[in-house]
Design a protein around this ligand. Structure first.
Ligand SMILES: [Zn+2]
Length: 483
């Protein structure tokens, strides 16, 4: 009994010493969030990389999956096992669970929560937020905005300009002048608050750290809903996520410290559309961007922490499909020439333009589906040929697949039945299965490298990510642990 007490005192003292030592030491935190990225998305990228190297079946590990600390993170929100990006972002940024669709407010939508980035700003740190989707989207917004609905994208954009954060980069704004385009331009409001807005690669590359610089860097090419293009669609002259991360670290680095949140948002969008090639391309690009942070961590190992996680799984992606049983052919994924968005904009939409379903000729699409997805029409099962023809007619009639429930469907748009059928057939041939166009409730993996990394071992909740970061930063906050 006595020895037990003495031991527990020693353990408590040791814990306090470790945490206070860490609290003093950490001053660069880079939090990477792969939207919609759980173990299937990560593993698919690894299996694909191995298949491309022409080796025996296996996994070519990504950089971040070799981080020394690894955990599993639950993602449920206050009303559902299946979260959305708003409640998941709120959980990680503030330690509070809330309803799907709500950003940094309680489920009653009256109480506002302070975010980890705002606490970091109070410490005198510089703050950066980068995303491949629009800057006013739910995940980036979770670090600087407080709104009852993620659909209030104009309010989010206005709060971006009021945040005082130092660096925003990646996508543009989805509703810079409001839903009806009648409000004052949110970018102009940000300029009035002292932000410099840059949207050309040359100007971006030329930027150097400067006292008082507040920057909004918008990608030259915006593909869909003001987002950066998918990596597999990116043109060589366009900036990649890697560029936004490298520049962010360069601009944010300062003697006091920085907090930098980086989202790869289109892993999620690709998985909503059940497009494995687009998801894998963005996951690999995410890994390359994380490698820039690792280079920085190697230079400043004593005070840098990198955490990589997902906010939830999307698509119910799996390695394995009923029709291909115990086999996979991930090399087939490389036969896909562009994302579903690129196929729509470059092949399907131009064909639909000015034509009705009555004028539609499916045969015209046969060479296009071979060129874009590597699908040999003649080699398909008869049932799949019929499925494809029916989906083509549905697209010609202007029908769309509803991705999620009607109320938020506009956030993800509808999918072309023909294109979704093509990605399904291409993915199934590779041995990739999907169960939904929405999110799922499976936990996500979390990886950490650097000072305090061991805090991220184990099995914990997404709200604990806030608590762990706050503890390492020496921030005193009382947020009850999730049960
Ligand atoms: Zn998400």
């Amino acid at each position: 009994m006595r020895i037990g007490r003495i031991l527990s005192v020693i353990v408590v003292a040791a814990t306090l010493m470790t945490s206070s030592a860490s609290a003093q030491a950490v001053k660069h935190i880079i939090l990477f969030i792969g939207d919609g990225m759980s173990i299937a998305q990560v593993s698919a990228a690894e299996v694909f990389s191995r298949a491309m190297a022409g080796k025996e079946p296996g996994f070519t590990k990504l950089g971040f999956t070799q981080f020394p600390a690894q955990g599993l993170t639950t993602t449920y929100d206050s009303s559902s096992i299946i979260t959305d990006s708003a409640s998941a972002g709120t959980a990680m940024a503030t330690g509070h669970k809330t309803l799907s669709g709500v950003i940094n407010m309680d489920p009653g939508k009256t109480v506002k929560y302070k975010t980890i980035a705002e606490y970091a700003k109070d410490l005198g740190w510089k703050i950066g937020v980068v995303t491949t989707v629009s800057l006013d989207h739910a995940t980036p917004a979770a670090f600087y905005a407080k709104v009852p609905s993620r659909g209030d994208m104009y309010d989010i954009a206005v709060q971006l300009g009021q945040s005082g954060f130092d660096y925003f980069g990646g996508g543009g704004l989805a509703q810079p002048k409001g839903k009806k385009g009648e409000q004052p331009d949110a970018l102009e409001l940000a300029r009035q608050k002292g932000y410099k807005v840059v949207d050309r690669p040359e100007a971006f590359r030329a930027l150097k750290p400067a006292a008082g610089l507040k920057l909004i860097a918008i990608n030259q090419t915006l593909q869909d809903s003001s987002a950066m293009p998918y990596e597999i669609d990116r043109q060589p002259e366009d900036l990649a996520l890697t560029d936004y991360v490298a520049k962010g670290i360069e601009l944010l680095f300062n003697p006091k410290g920085f907090f930098f949140a980086v989202e790869s948002g289109k892993i999620d969008w690709a998985c909503h559309a059940n497009d494995a090639a687009a998801s894998i391309g963005d996951t690999l690009a995410f890994d390359r961007a994380i490698a820039k942070a690792v280079e920085f961590q190697k230079k400043y190992p004593k005070d840098t922490l990198i955490v990589v996680t997902g906010d939830h799984e999307t698509g119910g992606m799996s390695i394995g499909f009923a029709g291909t049983k115990y086999t996979t052919s991930f090399d087939r994924i490389s036969l896909q020439k562009g994302s579903y968005v690129a196929f729509d904009s470059r092949v399907l939409n131009p064909y639909k333009d000015g034509r009705t379903a009555a004028d539609a000729d499916f045969n015209v699409m046969i060479p296009a589906i071979k060129e874009w997805f590597g699908i040999e029409h003649a080699a398909l099962e008869k049932s799949d040929q019929e499925l494809l023809q029916r989906s083509f007619l549905r697209s010609m009639k202007g029908e769309v697949e509803r991705a999620v429930q009607e109320s938020v469907y506009l956030l993800y748009r509808g999918y072309e039945p023909f294109t979704v059928t093509l990605t399904h057939l291409a993915n199934q041939a590779a041995g990739v299965g999907w169960t939904t166009y929405s999110h799922t409730g499976v936990p996500v993996p979390t990886y950490a490298l650097g000072i305090g990394q061991r805090q991220f071992d184990g099995y914990y909740d997404n709200t604990d990510i806030f608590r762990k970061l706050a503890a390492l930063m020496g921030i005193k906050v009382a947020v009850a642990a999730a049960n």
